[in-house]
Design a protein around this ligand. Structure first.
Ligand SMILES: O=C(O)CCC(=O)C(=O)O
Length: 294
């Protein structure tokens, strides 16, 4: 179904995600695909063991070639259609499921649940997912729980998501990998873009195909100037890889500030500013259940 401009915004607000079809021509993503597959081929096996459920977690900050994607006019148009202004970037990953690999655990990615805006319609962070091939249930497409960005779900109680044992798939029978009532399959064509509220509970099906399934996830923050200052400070810290709770490898990574001048300048307008003398919003990855709708 092709959605119009208002439908996309409505769906994002109500269900926590939406899909923009044919945002990119396949050839516009060919360089990104080449760089991503090369980065994957150079990964030490231990990385994939450690991230068996995700498949891989490669910070794109190490690859200035991603400047073309981060500031791509087609993404800018998507943000415009969603009514976003003053959108800033914090980080991005190459997340790639090898052939015959397990499901990605159910999780949500929001870390600012301590702030009251997390319980409102204001969206502080979105994921932008760009799959580098068509996806379907068979090769590990995304699955989501529509509306879970604003409503309580049993999975909110599960504190294991993002832990080491769950990433390594130490217990494949854990409910975090299984189908859940109400889940929605989000299959896409190469060139489509999925936008989601960071609060949305999501995961991915196992990749049961004989092809790698590769995704670029980018994190952006709409209407940045309207976010509380401690949140802006935390976003800036994520951007400079300071104390990121889920990502100890990030300390060794480059930041976009160190990219060669040409690439850095092309993405500079998306860099998050940092308010002076403001302590960062504490990491808080679990909603306060009394504050969230039932
Ligand atoms: O691998 C996928 O399809 C989803 C990745 C994901 O959940 C994320 O980037 O937060």
């Amino acid at each position: 179904m092709v959605l119009n401009q208002n439908d996309h915004r409505q769906k994002l607000l109500e269900e926590g995600y939406c899909v923009f079809e044919s945002v990119f021509l396949p050839e516009e993503l060919s360089r990104i695909k080449e760089v991503s597959l090369k980065a994957l081929s150079e990964l030490p096996p231990a990385h994939r063991e450690r991230n068996k459920s995700q498949g891989s977690l490669i910070l794109i900050a190490d690859y200035p070639e991603f400047s073309d994607l981060i500031a791509h006019p087609a993404l800018f148009k998507v943000f415009h259609d969603l009514g976003f202004a003053d959108t800033r970037f914090s980080s991005g990953y190459i997340i790639s499921k090898p052939v015959q690999s397990p499901a990605l655990f159910w999780h949500q990615d929001w870390w600012g649940w301590g702030d009251p805006i997390s319980y409102t319609d204001q969206i502080a962070q979105v994921f932008v997912m760009i799959y580098l091939q068509d996806t379907a249930k068979n090769n590990g497409c995304l699955r989501v729980l529509p509306g879970s960005h604003r409503k309580i779900h049993g999975l909110h109680e599960n504190e294991k998501a993002h832990t080491e044992g769950v990433s390594r798939v130490e217990n494949p029978d854990d409910p975090l990998y299984q189908s859940v009532e109400g889940e929605k399959e989000v299959s896409v064509n190469f060139g489509d873009v999925v936008i989601g509220d960071a609060r949305l509970i999501h995961g991915a099906y196992p990749n049961q195909s004989d092809q790698e399934r590769t995704l670029i996830t980018l994190w952006y923050h709409p209407d940045y100037s309207q976010l509380p200052e401690p949140m802006q400070t935390r976003i800036h810290e994520i951007f400079v890889r300071k104390g990121v709770d889920t990502d100890p490898d990030g300390l060794e990574s480059m930041t976009l500030l160190q990219w060669p001048e040409k690439q850095r300048i092309s993405v500079e307008s998306f860099f998050p500013s940092c308010p002076e003398n403001v302590i960062a919003e504490p990491w808080n990855r679990k909603p306060i259940l009394e504050n969230i709708n039932t």
